[in-house]
Design a protein around this ligand. Structure first.
Ligand SMILES: *Cc1c(COP(=O)(O)O)cnc(C)c1O
Length: 356
């Protein structure tokens, strides 16, 4: 079976070159006679892998020296708890921008830990709120937002402005897709399964001074940023293979020209899809143009049957996993870094040809 164009929102497409390299190293990594999967996380060989990945991620995102990079488990969803547990005691309250499915989940989850306020919740998740719609409490412990809303297909066109209030960002579906200025953030976290590799690994990037905030009583050691930072994310066994695979993805990213080249590549793909939808008599995109996600294009016709017919037709042409999340219905084309331009061209062509 030839490779398909996999438009899954996550777990998602991984560059074919990365998969082939992983396969070639599967039973004998670098002359060790074993797979990375079989190595002790404390072994000299694995520590070298780990340190290499940390170095590559730091370089790829230009992470400043006063930030720690943690390689954790539990997904972005565990960070919905870890963030308030680690940071809420700073001022005893926090602000959340409720702009979509996961942003709302993070907001709801945080409420379990204390005084959590919606700095904005327009109820319309097909647009990112304008600056005037957002009220920032200057005395909040942090301001939480989701950079790219995977389900509704929106992305913050500019970062929220919060003054001295640290920005905490769920970047699960846009990390590494474009250059970002890490120094503007207090914490960035992301599950790996969208743009960084297989599920099971969660990257957390945290500014040093925030490691000194006292965690809420009862915060497990595994969820405490400071403990993880002091133990190089190895309080227990980390997601060793996922970390290794992230290293291969980062090698691939560098060969492609890094995040700047990715931004251009991703922009081109998104333009093809949104352009085709704009021209189509069948499909529309509900997302306001300035808020449109580059990673996840969500669109639909006016009938579920037509959408289903399109998804079936696409599968026949080697394009799979186009069914959108149940919260929106319709079609969602997730085009992470690894989606080739050819995938977007093939999909745009079908959108143009498709008759209801
Ligand atoms: C996929 C996703 C999540 C959930 O990630 P898990 O790793 O499954 O916990 C959270 N936030 C965003 C923005 C996502 O895209």
């Amino acid at each position: 079976m030839p490779r398909v164009f996999n438009f899954s929102a996550g777990p998602a497409i991984i560059p074919e070159e990365v998969l082939r390299r992983a396969a070639s190293e599967m039973t004998d990594y670098n002359g060790t006679g074993m797979s990375v999967m079989e190595m002790s996380h404390r072994s000299k060989e694995y520590i070298a892998v780990y340190e290499g990945v940390e170095r590559k991620l730091r370089a790829a995102m230009s992470v400043p020296a006063n930030y720690k990079i943690l390689f954790l488990q539990g997904g972005a969803t565990m960070q919905f708890s870890a963030v308030p547990m680690n940071l809420l005691s700073r001022k005893g309250k926090a602000d959340y921008a409720v702009t979509g499915f996961f942003a709302k989940k993070a907001f709801k989850c945080a409420q379990m830990y204390g005084n959590i306020r919606a700095a904005v919740d327009t109820g319309n998740y097909y647009a990112i709120p304008a600056r005037e719609e957002i009220s920032v409490d200057p005395d909040a412990s942090y301001f939480h937002f989701c950079h790219n809303n995977t389900v509704y297909g929106t992305r913050w066109p500019t970062l929220p402005e919060t003054g001295d209030v640290p920005l905490v960002c769920d970047m699960s579906s846009s990390i590494l897709s474009e250059p970002i200025d890490v120094s503007k953030f207090g914490v960035i976290y992301a599950g790996a399964q969208k743009n960084m590799g297989p599920a099971g690994l969660t990257v957390v990037i945290v500014r040093d001074d925030l490691l000194d905030v006292a965690p809420l009583p009862g915060t497990p050691d595994l969820m405490t940023y400071k403990s993880q930072a002091e133990n190089d994310s190895m309080i227990n066994t980390p997601a060793t293979y996922g970390i290794y695979l992230l290293g291969l993805v980062l090698d691939w990213l560098e060969e492609q020209g890094g995040t700047a080249a990715m931004a251009a590549h991703n922009g081109q793909k998104a333009k093809l899809i949104y352009g085709a939808v704009e021209q189509s008599p069948v499909f529309t995109c509900k997302v306001e143009p300035r808020s449109r996600s580059v990673m996840n294009a969500v669109f639909s016709s006016d009938s579920d049957e037509t959408d289903a017919k399109f998804i079936k037709e696409a599968a026949g042409r080697g394009m799979v996993t186009l069914k959108a999340h149940r919260a929106t219905g319709g079609i969602r084309a997730s085009m992470y870094n690894a989606m080739p331009l050819e995938g977007a061209k093939t999909l745009a062509k079908l959108i143009e040809e498709f008759k209801a």
